[in-house]
Ligand binder design. Structure first.
Ligand code: SF4
Length: 392
């Protein structure tokens, strides 16, 4: 039985290489970032609050905040990483405390339904071989047949309604809750964006849930079929446990470990610097070439000439005046395609995209039978390319 979680699938989608480090190679995770540390303390404080409410006690606001503070102090380690240079440990501690206070004031006296589970482990069998596990922050029964799945978020960005309506995690939990409690006729998905004192709600139609089940199973099968895991760099790399050994970043880590004055002579640094220098000079030469072309054409036009001569070369001027058709992403492209289709001319002017087809074949995004038939007509190529970017 393969056991996946929303976060495992999400990790693959965020970066296949991170997925490989975490779930294939099972490398130990590094110390947590302070955002995750703060989020855990807030979750614990709210779990404690609702645990007390279930035991028919109603802690006051200061009790819950004291719980948050004491858990922070007990769990704190200097290994917790603060990535953002514009925030301090005290900033995060204060953000978490404010989130707890805002939540307390908004929902006091916490009588919006009966809490059935806290940090509730749930499982969803997708087929005989695949299961999804997850933890619901709080499961609530509002009235008979009416349930709510609550999720606490402490991050610094707020979920839009459109993203909530397309969210996979809580919808997966809904599938599991509906199996656990077949009386559920209405299930609300509820996110608490604690840093914003904001609640987002969403609902799923039965067909959406059925589609989701199929999509998740297809995603898991796709992930299981992978044998190579490319890097996918993004701003999230700064929070990645494996950045120091990631092939996209390990060179940077190694040169940052060198004394500053030795870095320019490190062999790879020197090569990249030369490559950047040549690329910059080529760009200057291309601009100069374009200016010279314009000057020659202007002079040839003025003299009524079609060909002009240097000492060892000649330059022939080609003039063109023809139709321009909108490119793939240009305005009007869809209308042009529609007209050609309607008039039966599409096949004549549409062409195969070798790049798109090769990508689909490499990603396994082609029916197996088709891929087998194509195999005799395609070849494998390997090589390298360099993309030069200016370092921040
Ligand atoms: S550092 Fe970035 S690219 Fe590398 S594994 Fe982590 S998320 Fe992926």
């Amino acid at each position: 039985m393969s056991v996946f979680s929303h976060s495992r699938i999400d990790t693959y989608e965020t970066c296949p290489k991170k997925y490989e480090f975490t779930y294939v190679l099972k490398l130990p995770r590094g110390p947590s970032g302070i955002e995750a540390f703060m989020g855990s303390r807030v979750h614990e404080a709210l779990e404690w609050l609702y645990g007390a409410v279930r035991a028919c006690r109603l802690p006051d606001e200061e009790d819950v905040v004291a719980r948050y503070r004491s858990a922070w102090d007990a769990e704190w380690s200097d290994a917790v990483q603060v990535v953002r240079a514009d925030r301090t440990v005290d900033d995060y501690r204060a953000i978490g405390e404010k989130a707890v206070r805002d939540y307390y004031r908004r929902y006091h006296p916490f009588d919006q339904g009966v809490t059935v589970g806290l940090e509730l482990k749930i499982g969803l069998r997708l087929d005989d071989d695949h299961e999804v596990l997850g933890y619901v922050d709080r499961l609530v029964k509002v009235t008979d047949g009416v349930w709510e799945i609550h999720d606490y978020k402490t991050g610094a960005s707020l979920l839009t309604q459109a993203k909530a309506d397309a969210d996979r995690q809580l919808a997966l939990y809904e599938l599991a809750v509906r199996e656990m409690y077949p009386d559920a006729r209405e299930v609300s998905l509820v996110w608490h964006y604690l840093a914003f004192d904001h609640e987002v709600r969403s609902h799923r139609a039965p067909q959406q849930l059925a589609d989701l089940r199929e999509q998740v199973l297809a995603s898991i099968r796709h992930i299981e079929a992978q044998t190579s895991f490319p890097t996918k760099t993004s701003s999230l790399c700064d929070w990645c446990d494996h950045k120091a050994i990631c092939p996209a970043w390990s060179h940077l880590a190694s040169i940052e470990a060198l004394p500053v004055d030795e870095r320019p002579t490190e062999p790879l640094v020197a090569l990249v610097d030369r490559y950047a220098d040549v690329t910059a000079r080529l760009a200057t030469l291309e601009a100069e070439k374009s200016d010279l072309c314009d000057a020659i054409v202007a002079a040839a036009d003025a003299g009524g000439l079609e060909q002009v001569f240097g000492t060892t070369s000649s330059a022939k001027v080609f003039r063109f005046d023809g139709t321009s058709v909108p490119g793939k992403d240009d305005a009007g492209r869809a209308e042009v395609e529609a007209i050609l289709r309607e008039d039966g001319l599409w096949e004549r002017f549409a062409s195969l995209s070798p790049v798109a087809l090769a990508k689909a074949l490499d990603a396994g995004d082609i029916p197996a039978a088709t891929a087998t038939r194509l195999a005799a007509h395609v070849t494998r190529r390997s090589g390298s390319r360099l993309y030069l970017r200016t370092r921040k």
